[in-house]
Design a protein around this ligand. Structure first.
Ligand code: 5GP
Length: 125
Protein backbone atom coordinates (compact mmCIF):
# COMPACT_ATOMS: atom_id res chain seq x y z
CA UNK A 1 0.00 0.00 0.00
CA UNK A 2 1.21 3.52 -0.80
CA UNK A 3 2.37 5.78 2.04
CA UNK A 4 0.36 8.89 2.93
CA UNK A 5 3.13 10.95 1.33
CA UNK A 6 3.01 8.98 -1.95
CA UNK A 7 -0.75 9.67 -1.97
CA UNK A 8 0.07 13.38 -1.57
CA UNK A 9 2.59 13.18 -4.44
CA UNK A 10 -0.08 11.50 -6.60
CA UNK A 11 -2.71 14.12 -5.70
CA UNK A 12 -4.93 11.58 -3.92
CA UNK A 13 -4.63 13.50 -0.63
CA UNK A 14 -4.59 17.33 -0.60
CA UNK A 15 -1.74 19.37 0.84
CA UNK A 16 -0.51 22.93 1.10
CA UNK A 17 2.26 22.59 -1.45
CA UNK A 18 5.39 24.74 -1.14
CA UNK A 19 7.63 23.30 -3.85
CA UNK A 20 7.92 20.48 -6.36
CA UNK A 21 10.52 19.29 -8.85
CA UNK A 22 11.22 16.05 -10.67
CA UNK A 23 12.48 14.16 -7.61
CA UNK A 24 11.20 16.00 -4.53
CA UNK A 25 8.21 17.75 -3.05
CA UNK A 26 7.61 20.02 -0.04
CA UNK A 27 4.35 20.82 1.75
CA UNK A 28 3.19 22.18 5.11
CA UNK A 29 3.01 19.70 7.99
CA UNK A 30 -0.64 19.15 8.92
CA UNK A 31 0.21 19.28 12.65
CA UNK A 32 2.82 22.06 12.78
CA UNK A 33 5.26 22.64 15.64
CA UNK A 34 5.72 26.23 14.45
CA UNK A 35 3.90 28.21 11.72
CA UNK A 36 5.54 27.32 8.39
CA UNK A 37 6.61 23.83 9.53
CA UNK A 38 7.36 22.14 6.21
CA UNK A 39 8.08 18.55 5.20
CA UNK A 40 10.48 17.86 2.33
CA UNK A 41 10.17 14.40 0.81
CA UNK A 42 11.67 12.39 -2.05
CA UNK A 43 9.03 11.29 -4.53
CA UNK A 44 10.44 7.79 -4.47
CA UNK A 45 8.97 5.89 -1.54
CA UNK A 46 11.56 4.54 0.91
CA UNK A 47 11.17 4.39 4.67
CA UNK A 48 14.55 5.74 5.80
CA UNK A 49 16.60 8.58 4.35
CA UNK A 50 19.73 6.42 4.27
CA UNK A 51 17.95 3.95 1.99
CA UNK A 52 17.82 6.55 -0.81
CA UNK A 53 20.11 6.25 -3.80
CA UNK A 54 22.90 8.83 -3.79
CA UNK A 55 21.08 10.69 -6.56
CA UNK A 56 17.76 10.84 -4.70
CA UNK A 57 19.51 11.72 -1.43
CA UNK A 58 21.33 14.60 -3.13
CA UNK A 59 18.09 15.81 -4.72
CA UNK A 60 16.33 15.71 -1.34
CA UNK A 61 19.08 17.61 0.46
CA UNK A 62 19.36 20.17 -2.34
CA UNK A 63 15.66 20.93 -1.87
CA UNK A 64 16.10 21.06 1.93
CA UNK A 65 18.90 23.61 1.49
CA UNK A 66 17.07 25.67 -1.14
CA UNK A 67 13.89 25.91 0.95
CA UNK A 68 15.77 26.62 4.19
CA UNK A 69 17.49 29.62 2.62
CA UNK A 70 14.20 30.75 1.08
CA UNK A 71 12.29 30.38 4.37
CA UNK A 72 14.93 32.33 6.26
CA UNK A 73 14.79 35.10 3.66
CA UNK A 74 10.99 35.30 3.74
CA UNK A 75 10.39 34.85 7.49
CA UNK A 76 13.60 36.36 8.88
CA UNK A 77 14.16 33.38 11.19
CA UNK A 78 16.65 30.54 11.26
CA UNK A 79 15.39 27.26 9.78
CA UNK A 80 15.80 24.17 11.96
CA UNK A 81 16.10 20.70 10.41
CA UNK A 82 14.70 17.62 12.07
CA UNK A 83 14.65 14.00 11.02
CA UNK A 84 12.47 11.68 13.07
CA UNK A 85 10.64 9.29 10.76
CA UNK A 86 8.83 7.20 13.35
CA UNK A 87 5.28 8.04 12.24
CA UNK A 88 5.24 7.98 8.45
CA UNK A 89 7.36 5.29 6.74
CA UNK A 90 8.33 7.57 3.85
CA UNK A 91 11.62 9.47 4.17
CA UNK A 92 11.20 13.16 5.04
CA UNK A 93 12.99 16.13 6.58
CA UNK A 94 11.14 18.59 8.82
CA UNK A 95 11.98 22.27 8.26
CA UNK A 96 10.96 24.43 11.22
CA UNK A 97 11.08 28.21 11.15
CA UNK A 98 12.83 28.88 14.47
CA UNK A 99 10.65 30.19 17.22
CA UNK A 100 12.09 30.87 20.69
CA UNK A 101 9.08 29.21 22.31
CA UNK A 102 9.60 26.01 20.29
CA UNK A 103 10.24 22.77 22.11
CA UNK A 104 10.02 19.15 21.04
CA UNK A 105 6.44 18.00 20.50
CA UNK A 106 4.91 21.45 20.92
CA UNK A 107 2.19 22.06 18.33
CA UNK A 108 0.36 25.13 17.10
CA UNK A 109 -3.24 25.24 15.90
CA UNK A 110 -3.65 26.98 12.54
CA UNK A 111 -6.90 27.80 10.75
CA UNK A 112 -7.26 26.97 7.07
CA UNK A 113 -6.77 30.66 6.25
CA UNK A 114 -3.55 30.73 8.29
CA UNK A 115 -2.27 27.63 6.46
CA UNK A 116 -3.09 29.32 3.13
CA UNK A 117 -1.38 32.57 4.17
CA UNK A 118 1.86 30.86 5.16
CA UNK A 119 1.71 28.68 2.03
CA UNK A 120 1.43 31.81 -0.10
CA UNK A 121 4.46 33.35 1.66
CA UNK A 122 6.66 30.27 1.36
CA UNK A 123 5.74 28.67 -1.96
CA UNK A 124 8.24 28.64 -4.80
CA UNK A 125 6.52 28.16 -8.16
P1 5GP B 1 7.67 11.72 11.81
O1 5GP B 1 7.42 10.45 11.01
O2 5GP B 1 8.86 12.48 11.32
O3 5GP B 1 7.69 11.49 13.29
O4 5GP B 1 6.41 12.66 11.61
C1 5GP B 1 5.60 12.66 10.46
C2 5GP B 1 4.98 14.03 10.26
O5 5GP B 1 4.05 13.93 9.18
C3 5GP B 1 4.21 14.57 11.47
O6 5GP B 1 4.74 15.84 11.84
C4 5GP B 1 2.76 14.69 10.97
O7 5GP B 1 2.09 15.83 11.48
C5 5GP B 1 2.93 14.75 9.46
N1 5GP B 1 1.79 14.21 8.72
C6 5GP B 1 1.20 13.01 8.93
N2 5GP B 1 0.20 12.81 8.04
C7 5GP B 1 0.15 13.93 7.27
C8 5GP B 1 -0.68 14.30 6.16
O8 5GP B 1 -1.59 13.60 5.72
N3 5GP B 1 -0.43 15.52 5.60
C9 5GP B 1 0.58 16.33 6.05
N4 5GP B 1 0.74 17.50 5.42
N5 5GP B 1 1.38 16.00 7.08
C10 5GP B 1 1.17 14.80 7.68
Amino acid sequence: MSSIFTKIVNGEIPCYKIYEDEKTMAFLDINPETPGHTLVIPKVEVDKIYELSDEDYTALMNTVKKLSVHMEKVLGTRTLWKVIGTDVPHAHVHLLPFDKTWHQDRHVELTEDEFKDIQKKLEIK
